[in-house]
Design a binder for this molecule. Structure first.
Ligand code: CAO
Length: 573
């Protein structure tokens, strides 16, 4: 065994660089060339490979540290190094040489990153407007790098310094900025292409032309010349726009955290957000590509909003546990269809209510495992009672509808079966049991479906429920419902009985876990043991979230409901 200290290689700068990621931990077995840490300077990220295979004895740095050439990174128990084992003493001097040698390439690549930045600026011509070809910058010792992202499309307007593509070699990723403002006329490369210094990347129609553009070009040229000839000046320029590559892009866009907090409202991906505008090293980009993750969707946890491998893993885990709500679930996007090919058509824009309802219904449909339990209730006596009461109540301006009885019966059933009155935590780890019973009623309006809520339905009498329902339905049709009128339901009822139908499968109104669908009652012959009797029968369709409710409980719930409706006196008990 031989202990060697692996040190920071020549990073092409005397300034300290950030340790962005430590890719190994104590006890890990590493192969030669395995990345052990990722360092980052102003302009490039650099993965430091392990010069030898071995076992990590001790880490000398952590993410967030600043290091410079020669600083120790870790102690390595070098595999199979028996010769050195003889004296058992670490040879830091020799080790340092090894590390330096091993990482010479990296330093060259880092330098290449600097050069690329300078070179891209150097490419800015002092010419007036016109079409020019934008070549790849000087990549230093990198013979060949792969284009991993192209951030512009033909016809796009680009600003000077805007990232046009991201390339990646074995150890570094590099963003190539546009040397001047203009319009992308033609892309000459595509993702996956291998390029080297000077490869033609695109044809750029330079902005405006005329004196202004000419002046700007000259100024740009002047600045970049200064940058390439005078390192410190270049550095200052870099400092004023740190990481002209990724960080500056990030600054112009909502932070990852902002976008993630908005995610529940808008689960769809934010379109047009290029993943190159995030801050991530080559290994992370590779991981993202291999796992199909768009880095634009990842919340960074590293310094300077850098995305670490753990962040990608965290998003993968989250997606496995909570599949995307809408448009997601791994389904391909629906293709646009030109229906006018088949006959005359008219496009009718959906109103806001329908758009919101569609989104919510879709979300519930794809995220909740629905099952629908069908049942029937004998409401012969109830209907007779309802009619008799309505005669008396007419004078008071109250109309007892079947729905009022259903609300009352459901409120009772929800108290009897409290899981139906719960919500599942988004994590799926717990149920929120509610000690209140607020029942949502689906109301059909010319503008679309709304669901006003009857609060504390279990504490209200039939007459009050009927009155309130009438008011809410009228408000719904007059578009006078307030958001508060439609919030907080614990269970919903959708009655299509006034219209028709024998059964249907309503969609659970998330975050509720069950919904009762009611269809049109009909007189049916029911066998009483001796003869068929005409009985008024009400069809019930209970859809429920199978993660929360078992089939047996659903059958118990509808049986209970059916018995209550058959004899509402039980509801009074
Ligand atoms: N079986 C037979 N007749 C029924 C019935 C049933 N299950 N439910 C209601 N009826 C009768 C009523 O008794 C009434 O008849 P009368 O005027 O002779 O008394 C008639 O149908 C109309 O009832 P209504 O619809 O005005 O009243 P309601 O209390 O039953 O319903 C409301 C109120 C607001 C729920 C209803 O108007 C409505 O909007 N329903 C549609 C809900 C909906 O769209 N659901 C689908 C959601 S999922 O897409």
């Amino acid at each position: 065994m031989s202990k060697e200290t692996i040190r920071v290689p020549d990073v092409g700068s005397s300034d300290p660089v950030d340790v962005i990621e430590v890719s190994v931990k104590k006890g890990d077995t590493v192969e030669a060339e395995d990345t052990i840490v990722v360092l980052e300077s102003d302009k490039a990220s650099l993965e430091v490979p392990c010069p030898k295979a071995g076992t990590v004895l001790e880490l000398k740095v952590k993410a967030g540290d600043q290091v410079k050439e020669g600083d120790p990174l870790l102690d390595l128990d070098v595999a199979g190094d028996d010769a050195a084992d003889d004296d058992g003493t670490p040879s830091d001097e020799a080790d340092s040489d090894t590390a330096d040698n091993a990482s010479t390439d990296d330093a060259v690549e880092d330098e290449a990153a600097d050069q690329a930045t300078d070179q891209a600026a150097d490419n800015a011509p002092a010419a007036k407007g016109g079409t020019r070809t934008v070549p790849a910058p000087d990549l230093g010792d990198i013979d060949e790098a792969e284009i991993i992202e192209i951030n512009v499309a033909e016809g796009d307007s680009v600003e000077a310094e805007q990232t046009i593509l991201v390339i990646e070699s074995d150890k570094a990723s590099l963003e190539v900025p546009c040397p001047e403002a203009g319009t992308v006329k033609k892309l000459l490369v595509k993702v996956g292409d291998k390029i080297g210094t000077g490869t033609d990347l695109m044809e750029l129609e330079t902005a405006g032309g005329g004196e202004g553009a000419s002046d700007q070009g000259s100024a740009s040229k002047g600045a970049s010349n200064k940058g390439s000839s005078e390192k410190s000046a270049s550095k200052e320029q870099g400092d004023s726009k740190p990481a002209r590559s990724r960080q500056s892009d990030l600054d112009q866009k909502p932070s990852q955290a902002d976008r993630q907090s908005a995610a529940p409202e808008t689960p769809e991906r934010v379109e047009g957000k290029p993943s190159s505008s995030v801050h991530a090293g080559p290994a992370v980009r590779k991981l993202a590509r291999e796992t199909g993750i768009d880095l634009a969707d990842v919340a960074p946890s590293g310094p300077k909003d850098r995305i670490l491998k753990e962040d990608v893993h965290a998003l993968i885990k989250q997606r496995l546990e909570n599949p995307p709500a809408a448009g997601g679930a791994g389904m391909p996007d629906l293709p646009e269809i030109d229906f006018s090919e088949f006959g005359p058509v008219e496009r009718q824009e959906l109103n806001k209510l329908r758009k919101v309802a569609a989104k919510n219904l879709h979300r519930s449909w794809v995220t909740i495992p629905h099952v629908t339990q069908f049942d029937e209730a004998d409401i012969t006596e109830l209907e007779a009672f309802r009619k008799s009461q309505n005669k008396a109540l007419e004078k008071e301006g109250v109309k007892l509808t079947m729905l009022a009885f259903l609300v009352k019966a459901c409120a009772n059933a929800l108290r009897e079966f409290p899981r139906f009155n719960s919500s599942l935590e988004v994590s799926g780890e717990a149920l929120i049991m509610k000690d209140y019973v607020h029942i949502g009623i689906a109301v059909d309006t010319p503008n679309g479906l709304v669901v006003p809520v009857i609060r504390d339905a279990d504490k209200k009498g039939l007459k009050d429920i009927a009155l309130e329902m009438g008011e809410l339905a009228a408000k719904a049709r007059d578009r006078k419902l307030s958001p508060a009128d439609m919030k907080g339901a614990t269970f919903s009822i959708s009655s299509l009985g006034g219209i028709g139908g024998t059964a249907f499968t309503p969609i659970v109104n998330w975050p509720e876990v069950a919904i009762l669908g009611v269809s049109r009652s009909d007189t049916k012959p029911v066998w009483d043991g001796q003869a068929f009797q005409p009985r008024l029968t009400l069809p019930l369709s209970l859809s429920y979230d199978h993660r929360v409710i078992d089939g047996a409980d659903a059958a118990r719930f509808t049986s209970y409901l059916s018995q209550l409706l058959s004899d509402m006196r039980r509801a009074l008990l």
